[in-house]
Design a protein around this ligand. Structure first.
Ligand SMILES: [Cu+2]
Length: 144
């Protein structure tokens, strides 16, 4: 009985070790893979000139908009985006979301600035995540 217990224990430990080893290696590979992928993007970002863009939250005929409705950039541009809220009201806060670039901000009358690198091409929607009726727009990133 005693022998059998210790054998079971030994076997479980051996099994655990053999199971956890490959997954640990996979983790390490995944991490290093991520690191090597993001490194060149970062290097590009440092070298890239800053493209200054601006968006304003405004209200026209009762409808709220982020204007302009379209922004354009080239792949690799470092975008410094100034967000201004010109919608009146004591508690005027509007959202700015550009999902593809992991941006989600709240913008009051102080305004806000966000900076990111347009590291992939495509057409990306931006909107106000607080108000579904608040009309957004799109950022178009083209090849250089
Ligand atoms: Cu809004």
């Amino acid at each position: 009985m005693k022998f059998s217990n210790s054998l079971t224990l030994t076997l479980s430990v051996a099994l655990l070790a053999s199971l956890s080893l490959p997954s640990a290696q996979a983790d390490a590979q995944a991490k290093s893979g991520k690191a090597t992928h993001s490194a060149p993007v970062k290097a590009d970002a440092v070298a890239a000139p800053v493209l200054k863009l601006q968006l304003e939250a405004v209200v026209k005929d009762g409808t709220k908009y982020w204007l302009p409705a379209q922004l354009k950039a080239k792949k690799g541009d470092r975008i410094r985006l100034k967000l201004e809220n010109h919608i009146a009201g004591p508690n005027s806060i509007h959202g700015f979301r550009l999902k593809e670039f992991h941006i989600e901000e709240l913008v009051d009358h102080q305004g806000k600035e966000v900076e990111f690198v347009a590291d992939h091409t495509g057409t990306f929607k931006y909107d106000c995540h607080l108000h579904p009726a608040h009309v957004g727009g799109e950022l178009i990133v083209e090849e250089k």
